[in-house]
Design a protein around this ligand. Structure first.
Ligand code: DCP
Ligand code: MG
Length: 378
């Protein structure tokens, strides 16, 4: 892939939301090696270090040239590239690999923690407890463990509050579905899922608008889940209508056998609902979906986000990602006296709300140059 003029003009920017960043960059090998270290830091609960790696990776992804020894002096001056990061990058340029990445990748601990966290509901902290406290090493260890350890009362209590007929996805169910939920979803299937959901929604409420967001919108060939932002021109924000629509749709999908589990429904933030700080006031349904026959009916993770028309375009920008793009978008807005999240843009000093009527307007209000979703892979 040829780096674009746009990439060459902006790759030194401090904010990921200003750096055009393609899905595949000229330095994918380096990105892969740094990502192993980043993931290891995350699994070990070293969040500050993980974020340093994530920032550096994002800067490398936007770098428009193949990295060679003669370019290291320039790379040293890029944002987020400190001494330690530069020495890793130098190691890669010299040897074609990073020793620490190799050591981590083959370690039993990294492999076990990585596998444990592929189970929905098992985060880094739980994974470490399984490894350190219970001495578990494999998925069958985990299965045996959870067969005789019921979920915590707090978790069971939260699950019982979900306002849906479908059962929640406990650890045991997540373990049983793990192989399918781990499969990547090709674009054609993402589109088929979207079509089915919108047809069911149209039967409940004709005239809804929707956009498939997340990695699909950024051009990924395969996704881990499907994210869809939904609105209706007559929905009033602040009323219970948006909430009602999410609930109605999930229950209808469940009755038709298209939803098997509900992990989360509502805009209420439960402490362990998501593993990261990313949240907003929008109504969300995080569910497990299966296509109707004659499709293969593999279980897929599906996130539905419901927004009033005023919040539709910020919801689309906020859920298109990437995560790094979103993080810096919020920081960039803050720097300019604004507050961005998926539910809207407000001015900090007097809480004045801006109502963008397109995604381009979201960018204009924030003072950002337009970036195609395919270039938001920071
Ligand atoms: N998002 C975010 N922070 C989170 C979770 C989500 O900013 N912690 C936003 C940015 C993400 C989008 O929502 O791109 C969708 O999140 P996903 O976790 O579904 O990630 P992707 O869709 O980007 O990739 P994939 O689903 O293929 O893993
Ligand atoms: Mg996604």
């Amino acid at each position: 892939e040829q780096p674009t003029e746009l990439m060459k003009a902006h790759y030194t920017s401090r904010y990921a939301c200003l750096r055009p960043c393609p899905l595949i960059c000229p330095n994918q090998g380096l990105v892969r090696q740094l990502a192993i270290i980043r993931r290891s830091r995350e699994l070990e609960g070293k969040d500050t270090s993980a974020l340093s790696y994530e920032r550096a990776i994002s800067v490398v992804k936007a770098y428009p040239h193949k990295l060679t020894a003669s370019r290291l002096a320039e790379v040293a001056k890029l944002p987020a590239i400190g001494e330690k990061m530069l020495s890793k990058i130098t190691e890669y340029v010299d040897d074609g690999e990073i020793e620490e990445s190799q050591t981590i990748a083959v370690s039993a601990r990294f492999q076990a923690l990585s596998v444990f966290t592929t189970v929905y509901g098992i985060g880094a902290t739980t994974a470490r407890a399984l490894f350190d406290v219970f001495g578990l090493r494999t998925l069958s260890d985990a299965e045996a463990h959870y067969a005789c350890h019921p979920p915590s009362p707090a978790r069971a209590e939260r699950d019982s509050k979900i306002r849906a007929r479908a059962p929640s996805l406990g650890i045991r169910e997540a373990l049983a579905l793990r192989a399918e939920l781990e499969e990547k979803i090709p674009r054609a299937e993402v589109e088929a899922m979207h079509a089915v959901v919108m047809a069911e929604l149209a039967a409940l409420r004709p005239g809804c608008l929707s956009t498939i967001v997340g990695g699909y919108r950024r051009g990924k060939a395969e996704s881990n889940d499907v994210d869809i932002v939904i609105t209706h021109p007559t929905l009033r924000s602040g009323s219970d209508q948006v909430k009602g629509l999410g609930e109605l749709l999930v229950n209808r999908l469940y009755d038709r056998g298209l939803v098997t589990h509900v992990m989360h429904l509502s805009s209420f933030r439960s402490p362990d609902a998501l593993r990261t700080a990313h949240w907003d006031a929008l109504e969300k349904a995080l569910i497990v979906f299966v296509l109707p026959p004659p499709a293969l009916r593999a279980h897929r993770r599906l996130d539905l986000i419901f927004a009033a028309p005023e919040a539709y375009w910020t919801a689309i920008t906020g859920w298109t990602g990437s995560k790094m793009f979103e993080r810096d978008l919020r920081l960039y807005a803050k720097e300019r006296g604004l507050k961005f999240d998926s539910s809207g843009i407000t001015r900090r000093r007097d809480s004045k709300a801006y109502i963008p009527r397109s995604e381009r307007e979201v960018f204009t209000v924030l003072g950002l140059e337009w970036l195609e979703p395919e270039m938001r892979n920071a």
